[in-house]
Design a protein around this ligand. Structure first.
Ligand code: SF4
Length: 324
């Protein structure tokens, strides 16, 4: 019965249909240690390779400001109330450009500048113009920052930005101090602008039901995200959710497989973070390398987070038969 449902999901993907919430939840309920799950991941891998033409992409993030953030999300190391950020560091434009240059020279396609909630848009616009001036290449420049309206979206686009990372996070308004409506307004500004939207389901932990995960994915689809996927919640000691363990690679890979099969024609790329070989063999074709200020870590990261650098990322895809 479940094999037929997996086959049906694969057919729907190849004909361009998005799965319903019930269909997504049914597939997420498959135990990740079973033969059924192996079949699910295999189908998602096969279909993902057809949809993407077997192409994989690297996402290189630069955490711009290692700074205490007054929003105090329960999973984030930057929350001011958790007291984990001792000495702030704000990366300068030359430091950011050096990092972007290194990423672009190493085939990173999505360059993501990530900030805390209130980082000034004006600075990001200046950075984008400077990066475009100094680092030529066929890469996409993505900004991950706080809320913005249509006017700000247009200004970002004109400054050389291609896309926006924005998400209604899991348990937004419960594990975060945000109003969901404000996050949706920003998603709507992105949808109605010429910016591309990237919206992962995040930060996924053992505390979330499969229904919640399906809802967040369908929200990404509704707002037209062209990259989605799964970002696991990393338990950072000292944050309110820091004692709830991280999900296993097997469970995350299963979720990746389900999202790949659920994604229809809107979501072209499925990203997993942190990367694992199992996820890359289950439908993920984007992985993240990151440096600088990282909300999953209490310490600043001068190198690459968890030592997962562009060479490890490339090898992961090449070993699994993808073309970068
Ligand atoms: S997730 Fe973003 S908004 Fe929330 S505390 Fe961290 S930096 Fe601030």
């Amino acid at each position: 019965m479940i094999y037929a449902k997996i086959d049906n999901a694969a057919q729907k993907l190849l004909s361009g249909s998005v799965l319903s919430k019930n269909e997504i939840v049914e597939l997420l309920q498959i135990n990740s240690h079973t033969d059924e799950c192996t079949y699910l991941r295999k189908k998602a891998d096969e279909c993902g390779r057809i949809i993407t033409g077997n192409r994989a992409y690297l996402w290189g993030a630069v955490g711009v400001d290692y700074a205490a953030c007054p929003l105090n999300c329960d999973f984030c190391s930057f929350g001011a109330d958790w007291g984990l950020v001792k000495a702030e560091k704000i990366y300068t434009l030359p430091e950011i450009i050096t990092q972007v240059r290194e990423y672009v020279a190493n085939q990173v396609h999505f360059i993501v500048l990530r900030t805390t909630q209130y980082y000034p848009h004006e600075m990001l616009i200046n950075f984008a113009q400077a990066i475009r001036g100094e680092v030529p290449g066929n890469y996409e420049l993505i900004i991950n920052t706080g809320e913005f309206d249509g006017k700000a979206a247009d200004r970002l686009r004109r400054s050389g930005v291609n896309g926006i990372y924005h998400a209604v996070r899991l348990r937004e308004g419960i594990d975060t101090r945000f109003n969901v409506e404000d996050r949706l307004k920003t998603l709507s500004s992105a949808k109605h602008s010429s910016l591309n939207l990237i919206h992962l389901v995040e930060p996924v932990g053992a505390e979330h039901s499969y229904g919640e995960i399906a809802d967040r994915f369908l929200c990404a689809v509704e707002y037209g995200a062209y990259i989605s996927g799964i970002m696991a919640r990393i338990p950072v000691k000292g944050t309110p959710l820091g004692n709830i363990p991280q999900l296993s690679d097997g469970e995350i890979a299963k979720m990746i497989a389900v999202l790949r099969l659920a994604s229809g024609t809107t979501v072209r790329h499925i990203c997993v973070h942190p990367a694992s070989e199992l996820a890359v063999q289950s439908g993920a074709n984007v992985v993240v390398v990151e440096t600088g200020a990282i909300p999953r870590d209490a310490e600043i990261t001068p190198g690459k987070w968890l030592n997962f650098d562009v060479h490890s990322a490339k090898k992961l895809f090449e070993d699994n038969g993808f073309v970068l």
